[in-house]
Write a protein that binds this ligand. Structure first.
Ligand SMILES: Nc1ncnc2c1ncn2[C@@H]1O[C@H](COP(=O)(O)OP(=O)(O)OP(=O)(O)O)[C@@H](O)[C@H]1O
Ligand SMILES: [Mg+2]
Length: 449
């Protein structure tokens, strides 16, 4: 049948039925042709087009050039199709453009402001985190290769590769979102991609108190006083419990006239003070060279005359340098560590220091004790909420052990932090630093929920 002069699809179908032929549903009409065109154009893009174009898609002029190439190619491949199919060619071109220049099937999820995390577990299972809870989406990739394509596109931008030789890669999207990719043979379910979306508008203390009920005004005021009075603070918590977010809020309380050096694996902090020097670690390049670790940066930061050092997260040997910084005139430094409680955080610090030096346990504990003043612990609760559940003072040593004094403790039933009698100890430390805490800080506040 020749479609060229036909104006109405229904008429074609009617005539076909009358002629006894099988009617192909509207959606399927010409699908095979479109599929072939899609495959051909994609093949041309990935195998014939100049590779450097694909690697520079973040540049608007390159993106435009690639888009034009795809559109032209689709029209060229589809020139013999009946006219009735032409409108569909546009959609095919858009799909290919989305896949080639954007992030394919997950682009919509990345654009959705309600989604904070996107997790691709192989081609068929894409999960997201929305309002603190994980849900399965109906988004699917064609196959493992399709997921690999997207991974390649993400990591090639920063000059890295994800293949059998380097099956685990950390990267970042152009908007700053943090990406991790791990592929077979390490992953047994196909390529896995985890994206922590970077919130362009950082969460504020107001969000913490009134929107998410992560803590109250009283606690916020206490955090403010701790930062202003130059306590060295460790924020501890599990994965995704909101450590970095709290670190960002606490860092915002550092006075504007102080020189702040921040050190991170992947720049997530968004400090607004004028005198901030953000440093970012660098993984090794494709040849395995050029790595700059957090530890290197912390050491370097010490030579930059900082008033305060803010380290995104301590995970290894850098803990030693961070504690040394805290012990040598950089009071008011802040960091986070992965741990299940404030007490557990101390044990983790101890282990991490052992990555750097062999010292007797007591010496390590003394170093921790002299370095860290306060631990703020937070958790992701079962309902998806993030909450500060403990504030403890590192009091001193008792024999070989570090004494931790809990100042605020989470009461699950009342869903609030309660003050313990140890508050006097904290008041005393503030007093030694010349600050008198107002008595109301321990009582109820008018703006408490
Ligand atoms: N108090 C909060 N209430 C609700 N959402 C929060 C809160 N704190 C952080 N978030 C959101 O939770 C996600 C994880 O936060 P964040 O990166 O601060 O956690 P993290 O503990 O540093 O995670 P990781 O262990 O992966 O470094 C982000 O999407 C962030 O916007
Ligand atoms: Mg973090």
């Amino acid at each position: 049948m020749i479609y060229n002069e036909v104006d109405d699809l229904q008429t074609i179908l009617k005539r076909r039925m009358e002629a006894g032929s099988t009617v192909v549903p509207l959606g399927h009409l010409g699908q095979a042709d479109l599929k072939t065109i899609r495959a051909k154009v994609k093949d041309a893009v990935y195998n014939q087009m100049d590779k450097s174009l694909l690697n520079n898609l973040h540049r608007p002029e390159v993106k435009e050039q690639v888009e034009k190439y795809i559109k032209d190619k689709v029209l060229e491949e589809g020139r013999d199709l009946p006219r009735i199919m032409w409108a569909k060619l546009n959609a095919v071109a858009d799909q290919i453009i989305d896949e080639v220049t954007g992030f394919g099937p997950i682009q919509d999820l990345l654009d959705d402001p309600e989604i904070s995390e996107v997790m691709v577990n192989g081609p068929d299972k894409v999960y997201v985190e929305r309002n603190g809870l994980i849900e399965l989406t109906d988004v699917k990739f064609n196959d493992d290769k399709h997921v690999m394509n997207i991974i390649d596109r993400i990591v090639s931008r920063i000059g890295r590769k994800c293949d059998e030789a380097t099956p685990m890669v950390d990267a970042r999207l152009p908007d700053g979102s943090r990406v991790n990719a791990i592929i077979p043979p390490l992953s047994l379910i196909g390529p896995v991609l985890t994206i922590r979306k970077f919130s362009k508008v950082p969460l504020t203390p107001f969000d913490m108190i009134f929107r998410f009920r992560s803590y109250s005004c009283r606690e916020l005021f206490l955090f403010y006083q701790l930062v202003q009075t130059k306590f060295n603070i460790l924020i501890s918590g599990g994965t995704g419990s909101g450590k970095t977010t709290t670190l960002n809020i606490l860092s915002s309380f550092i006075p504007e006239n102080e020189r702040i050096v921040t050190v991170e694996d992947s720049a997530e902090l968004q400090l607004q003070q004028p005198h901030v020097i953000p440093l970012e670690a660098r993984p090794p390049n494709v040849e395995g060279r050029g790595q700059v670790t957090i530890r290197d940066l912390v050491k370097n930061a010490l030579r930059m005359r900082p008033d305060r050092i803010v380290v995104g997260e301590v995970r290894g040997a850098e803990t030693l340098d961070m504690l040394q910084a805290m012990n040598t005139g950089h009071d008011g430094s802040l960091t986070t560590a992965h741990a299940n409680s404030a007490r557990d955080a101390l044990i983790r610090l101890e282990t991490m220091i052992l990555f750097a030096v062999e010292l007797p346990v007591r010496a390590i504990r003394q170093m921790i004790c002299a370095g860290i003043d306060v631990i703020i612990h937070q958790q992701r609760l079962r309902d998806g909420r993030r909450r500060v559940t403990e504030v403890s003072l590192v009091e001193g040593m008792n024999g070989n052990d570090i004494v931790l004094a809990e100042i605020l403790r989470y009461d699950h039933k009342a869903d609030r932090l309660v003050v313990t009698e140890n508050r006097f100890k904290l008041e005393e430390v503030f007093r030694e630093k010349g600050v008198e805490l107002p008595a109301w800080i321990w009582g109820e506040l008018p703006c408490k929920r």
